[in-house]
Design a protein around this ligand. Structure first.
Ligand code: PLP
Length: 462
């Protein structure tokens, strides 16, 4: 075999140090810029579970899980072994004209968690899972329009972008698909749209990633009743909330009687190793889309159902079932949000802790005391979201904990750690967060100096 001169380890050893330059030169040039600006331009060398280490061997706690893909943490030994095994098996994968066993086995196992659903389409990402649901809903109902929620995020390819609830993502990409946004929780608005008779479906995140806002109690069930009455479909986007993240296998299961027609999953399904997406749906929808032999490839993906993704998915579900990952996410999530809620009365800048399981939003807001209010107003005048950024930065710089601001112009930090975080990790986060809050409420020091830098940058960018 040729190509024997390729040595990945040697390549990384030789050129790994050029990582930021390579990005600046060949990839999205803004990423290294942003990272440098906020001092996040680190070099991480190794990772395991909910932790990773920099070149000096410093341990970092991951409260972001690679935007949710690392549900089981990094390098779970069972998932890793499944991937080694599938490579070593020399399978005749992706011949495309046979029916390999792994996709069927993964579909069977995934559907066992949503007994009202019957079939699965496997793609390669969250946005592709959503695209599939939009196409299936439109074809199955013969209607064009999709209703979605303000502030929704369903991915960034053109169909998913059409149901994105933020102008910042959409601007400049029109025309998109026919669509209509309603406020999360507004059943009257949904009904008004449905009465027009052209709605194929309503797509919703049971807990929105942006800002960590949960659909109000009864909304999903109410929406489902309206949709059924009007012959339209309920599409649950569980790309971020699914696979145990919120303390149920799917977040929609928190509300009794909710049985979406289509469910989108991705991210954590393959343990963070292999891109994957899955759209689960009812039998009649799949039968309608794939209604004849002529239509066998009417919706397909070259890499869909590939053996590595399927093997990783099977390993992930097996680990989740054996280790009780869903119940654990609920227990550790309750512990973490409970301890954070205790801090709310103590800190005037800390307004609310919300979310479910290990999807937690920490919302900051206007303080009551005069001194802090001046500082807060200065930040808000420059750009909304700067205070949350001021918290995220020392959490990483001084406490080596990675978190993110939950969307542009939001004073909300979102915690979506790997579901394997433990009590010690919770303790470490709460201790660090308390120290940062103490500093913020002291009103001086490095933190507010950094705030001034952020203000200057925000003003300069106008
Ligand atoms: C709810 C939701 N849907 C869809 C997507 C898109 O997934 P991907 O980035 O894999 O395309 C995301 C990604 O963050 C998401 O949170």
């Amino acid at each position: 075999m040729t190509g024997g001169g390729f040595d990945l380890r040697a390549l990384l050893a030789e050129r790994g140090g050029e990582r930021y330059e390579l990005h600046s030169r060949y990839l999205n040039p803004q990423l290294p810029r942003v990272l440098r600006t906020i001092g996040f331009d680190k070099v991480y060398e190794r990772a395991e579970g909910a932790h990773f280490w920099d070149a000096d061997g410093n341990d970092h706690l991951d409260m972001l899980a690679g935007f949710g893909v690392m549900g089981l943490g990094r390098h779970h030994p069972v998932v890793r072994k499944a991937l080694h095994d599938v490579l070593d098996a020399d399978l005749a994968d992706l011949t495309r004209f046979d029916c390999p066993p792994l996709p069927g086995l993964l579909a069977e196992r995934l559907l066992a968690h949503s007994p009202h659903l019957d079939r699965v389409f496997f793609g390669n990402s969250g946005t592709e899972a959503v695209e599939t649901a939009l196409k299936f809903a439109r074809y199955a109902t013969g209607r064009p329009r999709i209703v979605y929620c303000d502030h929704a995020f369903h991915g960034l390819t053109t169909g998913s972008l059409s149901v994105n609830g933020e102008r910042g993502f959409r601007d400049g990409f029109a025309p998109l698909l026919p669509d209509t946004a309603i406020a999360l929780g507004d059943l009257d608005a949904l009904e008004r749209e449905l009465r027009k008779g052209d709605v194929a479906g309503f797509v919703v995140e049971p807990i929105q990633g942006k800002g960590v806002h949960e659909a109000p109690p009864g909304f999903l069930r109410g929406a489902q009743e309206l949709l059924r009455r009007h012959g339209a479909l309920l599409i649950a986007d569980e790309v971020q909330t699914g696979l145990g993240r919120t303390g149920d296998f799917y977040a929609y299961q928190h509300e009794e009687g909710v049985e979406p027609d289509l469910v989108c999953v991705a991210k954590a399904l393959s343990g963070g190793y292999v891109p994957v997406g899955a759209t689960l749906g009812k039998d009649w929808i799949f039968k309608k889309v794939y209604s004849s032999m002529d239509r066998v490839l009417v919706h397909s993906a070259s890499f869909g159902s590939n053996a590595q993704a399927m093997a990783a998915g099977l390993a992930v579900l097996s680990v989740m079932e054996e280790e009780g990952t869903v119940a654990r996410a609920r227990r550790i999530g309750d512990l973490l949000s409970g301890r954070l809620k205790e801090l709310v009365p103590r800190y005037e800048l800390l307004h609310e802790i919300r979310g479910r399981g290990l999807m937690i939003g920490i919302e900051f807001g206007r303080p009551s005391s005069l001194g802090l209010r001046g500082r807060w107003t200065m930040l808000q005048a420059a750009r909304k979201g700067l205070f949350a950024q001021m918290v995220v930065v020392p959490l990483l710089q001084r406490h080596r904990i990675l978190t993110q601001v939950s969307g542009d112009h939001l004073e909300v930090i979102k915690l979506i750690p790997p579901l394997v975080v433990d009590e010690a990790d919770v303790d470490r986060f709460v201790t660090a967060f308390t120290a940062v809050m103490d500093e913020a409420h002291g009103g001086g020091g490095l933190m507010w100096d950094f705030g001034k830098t952020l203000v200057r940058q925000a003003v300069a960018q106008r």
